[in-house]
Design a protein around this ligand. Structure first.
Ligand code: F6P
Length: 527
């Protein structure tokens, strides 16, 4: 059964939100906190190792009620069930969307075209486990009988960003294998990455769902040529493995059929790190840590599937995002992580969110008359405080921000961590409450610089009233990272349903690829 097709702007809840906005646009965070002594508590939801504090947003209980009504009215509940149970909700590509099944521990069957897909998932996981154990333990040998020391993931988009982000985020838990990522068709990227590698001890993981992607195939061929300078074609099978749905193309490349990890059309590229695409993760961290990542994601999936909307963290995140996009006309949102390990997280999320919800046509095929998909960007604290945060604090744009932090640091460097976390809490406070003219006056007086008041006053005040969420976990672990990623995946899903768009196709990336092909062909003719 297809997803329902409801224009959100035609719902009673949207009309209520519009009416409510005439009052809400005057909301002042300072006042909202003054009026409700328990505001922080009232607008915080806790789940497992996570606390989600959305009190510093321009909303009150009434806003929340209308937003939740909107989710009910577009029948988000029905969409969630269709998503988890394998309905072909990616209707334009006639595919189910089942990355949630990849991390599920449930014994319940999930049918796609009347076939239960869960046995295939379990078999694939066993294969990932056996293979990663063999490589990590040194039992897998290269062509000169040496164990593997380096892994190179060759892929792009979802076949690169997910595994790269996770390996970076969890490098504290890594084993001795060095992991590298080659994605761009830029040859400089390729040779910079492989220049110091020893072909005898390097394993290349070619990740491409289609095995037709120009960048990945060009890079894989270049790397195979480089490899063949020191080895023979008979050695390729020991050093190249693949993750793909296109078995024939993989075998034609010279990869042993036994060393192909499957993918399925019901796993979208940008949601695929939980499948064989995560092979580099399993190699870098060991299978148990990979499984813990999956378990964390499953935990969040269960919360998302089973919790009423007013307490459902991904649903709340999606609704709050919509509130800013469609009512406050915000164009972008910032992902600000107070863990250096999450430096690749915004880049990963850009694909997950912008490739999914950057759509201008609704599920009827009509141009949407409202904004969809916001621009996702971000950085890590405290580096960003010394660069772009100026614009968030005093610029002309309202940019809702997610602050992501961890109570515990991994190296337990208390002095550093307390400084980091002081900044983590200070930034949302500064954004929300700003600095008044009176504060500036007092500050200059204390400094004995009152003579500067008239010249500096406007520049030193902060308007405040700038919204943010505080997302706080106990500690960065494979499990909590799985929860974090799933939470954002589900936020993306929620917003796609609310906006009545198809989140799981990506036709918008095709035109540029086609034109590049034509340009390349015409260059060949003229040369
Ligand atoms: O160009 C977009 C895209 O199709 C992504 O959605 C996908 O993650 C990426 O290309 C890579 O595709 P493949 O895994 O088939 O090489």
């Amino acid at each position: 059964m297809a997803l329902k097709n409801i224009n959100p702007t035609q719902t009673a809840a949207w009309i209520e939100l519009e009416k409510h906005y005439s009052e809400a646009k005057e909301f002042q965070l300072k006042k909202l906190f003054k009026e409700d002594a328990n505001r922080q508590e009232n607008f915080t939801r806790n789940f497992d190792a996570l606390s989600f504090d959305f009190s510093k947003n321009l909303l009150n209980q009434e806003t929340l009620k209308h937003l939740v009504d909107l989710a009910e009215e577009v029948d988000l509940k029905d969409a969630i069930e269709k998503y988890f149970t394998g309905d072909k909700i990616n209707a334009t590509e006639k595919r189910a969307v089942l990355h949630t099944a990849l991390r599920s521990n449930s014994e319940a069957p999930i049918y796609v075209d009347d076939k239960d897909v869960t046995p295939k998932i379990r078999t694939a996981l066993r294969k990932i486990k056996a293979f990663s154990n063999k490589v990590i333990s040194g039992k897998w040998k290269g062509y000169t009988d040496k164990p593997i020391t380096d892994i190179v993931n060759i892929g792009i988009g979802g076949s690169d960003l997910g595994p790269m982000m996770v390996v970076e985020a969890l490098k504290f838990y890594k084993n001795k294998l060095n992991t590298h990522f080659v994605s761009n068709v830029d040859g400089d990227h390729v040779f910079e990455t492989i220049k110091d590698l020893n072909p005898e001890t390097t394993l290349f993981v070619i990740v491409s769902k289609t095995f037709t992607t120009q960048e990945t195939l060009t890079n894989a061929n270049t790397i195979r040529d480089w490899f063949l300078k020191s080895a023979t074609v008979f050695d390729v099978a020991k050093h190249f493995v693949a993750v793909s749905t296109n078995l024939k193309a993989v075998v034609d490349f010279g990869i042993d059929k036994k060393n192909v990890f499957p993918m399925w059309d019901w796993v979208g590229g940008r949601f695929s790190l939980w499948s064989g695409v995560g092979l580099s993760i399993a190699l870098a961290l060991g299978f148990d840590q990979f499984r813990a990542l999956l378990d964390g994601a499953e935990k969040m999936d269960q919360h998302f599937r089973n919790t009423e909307f007013s307490n459902n963290i991904p649903v709340l995140m999606g609704l709050i995002g919509l509130w800013y996009t469609n009512f406050y006309d915000c164009e972008s949102e910032a992902i600000l992580s107070y863990s250096h390990y999450l430096s690749k997280f915004p880049e990963y999320l850009q694909q997950a969110s912008m490739e999914s919800n950057g759509k201008g046509v609704d599920r009827n095929g009509n141009p949407v008359t409202y904004q969809t998909g916001s621009i996702v960007w971000g950085g890590v604290g405290t580096n960003m405080q010394h660069s772009f945060m100026q614009l968030l604090h005093q610029g002309t744009k309202m940019i809702p921000a997610d602050f992501i932090g961890y109570k515990e640091s991994l190296y337990k460097e208390e002095e550093h961590h307390s400084k980091l976390m002081a900044n983590f809490y200070a930034q949302p406070q500064a954004l929300a409450f700003g600095k008044t003219r009176e504060d500036v006056h007092l500050e200059l007086k204390v400094k004995g610089e009152l003579d500067q008041l008239s010249t500096l006053l406007p520049f030193k005040t902060f308007t405040g009233n700038r919204p943010s969420n505080i997302i706080l976990f106990e500690k960065l672990t494979p499990e909590t990272l799985g929860m974090l990623i799933s939470m954002y995946e589900q936020k993306v899903f929620v917003q796609g349903i609310l906006w009545n768009i198809y989140s799981f196709d990506q036709f918008g990336v095709e035109l540029g690829k086609e034109l590049a092909k034509k340009i390349l062909e015409s260059q060949k003719i003229t040369n």
